[in-house]
Design a protein. Structure first.
Length: 261
């Protein structure tokens, strides 16, 4: 197998394909980040909406919130929703906190949270929302495990899909690059062949002229011999002139606008 030339068409096509793949990777990454952010934002809005609805529910029915905090059997959990609060805290005016069963303790900096807030409690992610409740404050929280799991799964899917997509982009760009470079490569080969032929045609009369001159200078010759030598040099000079004229004509023809390619 021939070595890949750095100035060859295949090398150029590979470089173009690499650049196209890099651009595709950047665009794919940007699109993937946008999709992940959009999905997570949608899920967080869903969670925040469920917590807000449940907060309003308990605000209208404070007794049910107290029953829930005390862990009474059959206590209502508010509107049914997949993202309903799994933890409840009631903060009283004296600073005491009543925590629903199986809920982690609530740090002091989150005891009067109002807007949706993402926190970590005892190593687990939670989404909190709060509001006024009787003379104190009610804080509801739900685990963010589902959102985190969805984010991880989505990122893995994006990475898995990225590999074949980028490979396909590279191979497609490489094939298109080779197809586009084929006419240029053929023209380059023809130019090299023409240059080699022209060099050979120019070298032959020059060698003849050089040989005739060397022979004429080597030994003393008659006038007729010198005349024959000069005639040979003249013929080879005319041949050179015709070759140069042909090359100049080709150069002028190549520079004409609208010439056939």
């Amino acid at each position: 197998m021939s070595r890949l030339r750095r100035d060859g068409p295949l090398w150029a096509a590979a470089r173009v394909a690499a650049v196209a793949t890099a651009i595709a990777a950047v665009l794919y990454t940007a699109a993937a980040i946008g999709i992940v952010v959009l999905v997570l934002d949608t899920l967080n809005q869903r969670v925040d909406g469920a917590l807000a609805a449940q907060l309003h529910y308990f605000h209208e029915r404070p007794t049910l919130a107290l029953e829930r905090a005390q862990g009474l059997a059959g206590a209502s959990n508010g509107p049914r929703d997949a993202f309903a609060a799994s933890a409840l805290w009631i903060v009283y005016p004296d600073g005491q906190v009543q925590t629903s069963p199986a809920s982690p303790s609530l740090p002091e900096q989150y005891r009067h949270v109002e807007t949706p807030t993402a926190v970590t409690l005892q190593g687990y992610g939670y989404r909190l929302v709060g509001g006024e409740f009787l003379n104190g404050w009610l804080v509801l929280g739900t685990s963010s495990d589902y959102v985190d799991f969805t984010a991880r799964a989505l990122i893995i899917e994006v990475l898995v899909v990225a590999v074949p997509v980028l490979v396909l982009v590279f191979l497609s760009a490489l094939a298109i690059g080779r197809w586009s470079a084929a006419p240029i490569d053929r023209a380059r080969r023809r130019l090299l062949e023409f240059t080699a032929d022209a060099s050979h045609e120019l070298r032959t009369p020059l060698q003849v002229i050089e040989a005739e001159v060397s022979l004429a200078l080597l030994v003393q010759r008659s006038a007729s011999s010198y005349r024959e030598t000069i005639e040979n040099i003249s013929r080879e000079s005319q041949r050179l002139r015709h070759l140069v004229d042909d090359l100049l004509w080709l150069a002028r023809f190549d520079s004409l606008p609208g010439r056939p390619r």
